[in-house]
Design a protein around this ligand. Structure first.
Ligand code: ACO
Length: 451
């Protein structure tokens, strides 16, 4: 890639009586990095960094975050400008190709995405295999991975044309699959996409219209949905994106890689936090109970954490949280209760936490998930769909990173090392010499299909 400059600066490591000069690679903005690629060969040592808090796993030109200042840039453009003036498909183009599209590029890109919105008809049957109460994220992991079984002609990662087709297919079809997962959970018929609608409006149409009635997409809600997609479109090397890169580093097909990203996003410490944040606000219920929950969040012996607060990278206000807060107000003014008690609980909880020594000291601020749950609920989505919407929006970010990785000539299979602290080599012990413990009883759920 173009920008990685060796500015001549060196870091010197003294270890076991020897000195090793290591190159310092220059970033265009943000921290430079010490190049340790040859460290093991030169010293016989690995580095230790669980959770990758100090490790750059790759070089990237897509998204930049300054967590201390609360800045988020997609290809150099601030997130608030994109959310204010741009739209999601334009943002997709920007993330994928590096620049905002001109009119002709935009027209063609929109047409290509629109052309791919339907999914293979046989996928309907695939959905029928799930229990009606299946979590829609469980369905998404499966059906997005299953796209590789339906679209064989775009799984060859070495063919740039196939990579392009797979890219457009996923951006176009994931909303259709997400809406189908929603409809399935409701027991309503699947709604086919409408290619005359914009991306967000079409998604709302597939989620909320029924064949027996007319449905008109509310433009305020469509704009809010679109903005929510922009805010979630990428966030550099987070857990799910790193998962996609790691899965893709073995040359797995793109649909399987994105399914891996969805699985990672599902966790409550990552994409599942918006669901958890709304549940928490509902549990708090009234402003009077806020002190009780603040005390619990501060109590080290209580596993409770303030959901929607804190971030691995942001040690300042998450810039997306501000836009989300504004969007929440707009949506509630349009369809909900502008005086929604949960919005008031959220507002007061934020105020209390931001003035509390515990949160100030640890630089814990609201993240995007703090207000997104309230907004999504007002849009008409149940909590089980929240992470699905996140996955839908993030699909473009995952694909942009996957494409960047595949086209980087220095790409190698991802293979972290470890600090091994287990037993040293020992001889096999025959069963007759191992004592008579009964072992743990494991309940066999297969015998009872409903358990
Ligand atoms: N509530 C209370 N205390 C917290 C919180 C919180 N939400 N988050 C962090 N802390 C405390 C920790 O207990 C720790 O305290 P200590 O130093 O006394 O031990 C300190 O702040 C640092 O926390 P870490 O866990 O080391 O921070 P880390 O960067 O590993 O975790 C994370 C970040 C997972 C997001 C964490 O802040 C958290 O669990 N937040 C709630 C879940 C959430 O909102 N996740 C959404 C993230 S955004 C996204 O994925 C889109």
């Amino acid at each position: 890639m173009a920008n990685k400059g060796d500015g001549g600066e060196k870091a010197t490591l003294h270890v076991r009586g020897e000195s090793h000069d290591l190159n310092v690679l220059k970033a265009s903005i943000g921290p430079d990095v010490i190049d340790i690629q040859n460290l093991y060969r030169r010293t016989g040592l690995f580095t230790f960094d669980p959770g990758y808090t100090s490790t750059a796993s790759c070089e990237s030109q897509i998204t930049f975050i300054d967590g201390e200042k609360g800045v988020l840039l997609y290809r150099g453009y601030p997130i608030d400008q994109l959310a204010e003036y741009g739209d999601y498909l334009e943002t997709c183009y920007l993330l994928l190709y590096g620049d905002l599209p001109n009119q002709e590029q935009r027209r063609k890109f929109d047409a290509d995405i629109t052309y791919h919105t339907m999914v293979h008809e046989q996928m309907r049957a695939f959905f029928q295999g799930f229990r009606r109460d299946a979590h829609p994220m469980a369905i998404m992991v499966a059906v997005v991975g299953a796209l590789s079984a339906f679209y064989h002609d775009s799984t060859d990662i070495n063919d740039p044309h196939q990579r392009e087709v797979a890219t457009r297919r996923m951006i176009a079809k994931v909303p259709t699959l997400a809406a189908m997962a929603f409809k399935y959970s409701l027991g309503q018929p699947f709604v086919y996409p409408r290619n005359d609608l914009d991306y967000a409006s079409n998604f709302l149409h597939m989620c909320f219209s029924v064949p027996s009635e007319d449905y008109h997409v509310n433009p305020v809600l469509a704009r809010a949905m679109d903005r929510i997609f922009i805010l979630h479109a990428d966030h550099e090397q987070n857990a799910s994106t790193s998962t996609v890169r790691l899965a893709g580093s073995s040359n797995a097909n793109p649909f399987a890689c994105i399914a891996a990203g969805i699985a990672s996003l599902w966790g409550p410490a990552h994409g599942g936090a918006n669901e958890a944040a709304l549940n928490m606000l509902e549990e708090i219920g009234t402003p009077e109970r806020i002190p009780e929950f603040i005390a619990r969040a501060k109590d080290r012996s209580d596993p409770f954490r303030l959901m929607g607060f804190g971030h691995r990278v942001y040690k300042n206000y998450d810039p997306r949280a501000r836009i989300m807060q504004r969007t929440a107000k707009e949506v509630l003014a349009e369809v909900g209760d502008p005086n929604d008690p949960l919005l008031e609980v959220a507002r007061q909880l934020e105020e209390v936490a931001l003035n509390d020594e515990y949160f100030i000291e640890r630089k814990l601020y609201p993240n995007i998930d703090f207000y997104s749950g309230i907004t999504l609920r007002a849009l008409g989505f149940p909590t089980s769909m929240f992470t699905v919407l996140f996955a839908l929006a993030r699909t473009v970010g995952w694909i942009a990173h996957w494409r960047e990785m595949i086209s980087d000539p220095s790409n190698r299979i991802g293979r972290p090392r470890q600090l091994y602290t287990g037993p040293v080599m020992r001889d096999y012990v025959p069963m007759s010499q191992r004592g008579a413990g009964l072992g743990d009883q494991v309940h066999d759920t297969d015998r009872n299909p409903e358990s």
